[in-house]
Ligand binder design. Structure first.
Ligand code: TYD
Length: 147
């Protein structure tokens, strides 16, 4: 299930802060790739895909980014606007991403190397796979968790 994760925050106002996360601790995968999106005009929609197997941790070190996650049955909105908060996204969730503030930076740590074959870029295909039980993981259809 997707969930918001609050990272440890080390430091103080005088010297600033440091946050971190580690493979197989805050996230249940080995981080194999990190990418980031930036200089995205406010209001532009990105994402619009799901992944067959890829797991992700997304965070916004500066600015504000909105994620709308869809498990094939219901949608939930998550706001990333704190440098010490991340959103864990399990396999099989459609995501729509909106940059809400100029200069926002979106960072993503993921469980595998880039592979276009893992992407589902058609919502109809996503819905068909979801309804067929392709991601029939435990709790998949429980209400999407937050906080
Ligand atoms: P995409 O994941 O669709 O970005 P977003 O969800 O932010 O809109 O990727 C955009 C393009 O970048 C697409 O052509 C694939 C390419 N890409 C890579 O080549 N390597 C990567 O690691 C990623 C994430 C994307």
């Amino acid at each position: 299930m997707p969930k918001m994760i609050t990272f440890k925050k080390i430091g103080n106002q005088e010297i600033g802060y440091l946050s971190f996360f580690e493979s197989n601790k805050e996230v249940d995968f080995d981080v194999k790739r990190i990418y980031y999106t930036y200089d995205v005009p406010v209001g532009v929609q990105r994402g619009m895909h799901a992944h067959k197997e890829l797991k992700q941790l997304v965070w916004c070190p500066y600015g504000c980014v909105e994620f709308i996650l869809d498990n094939g049955k219901e949608k939930k909105t998550y706001i990333l606007d704190k440098p010490n908060e991340g959103l864990y996204i399990d396999r099989g969730f459609w995501r729509d991403i909106y940059f809400k503030k100029e200069g926002s930076v979106l960072c993503v740590a993921v469980s595998d190397y880039y592979n276009e074959e893992d992407y589902i870029r058609s919502y109809d295909e996503f819905k068909t796979l979801s309804d067929s039980g392709y991601w029939n993981d435990e709790n998949r259809f429980s209400p999407i968790d937050s906080e």
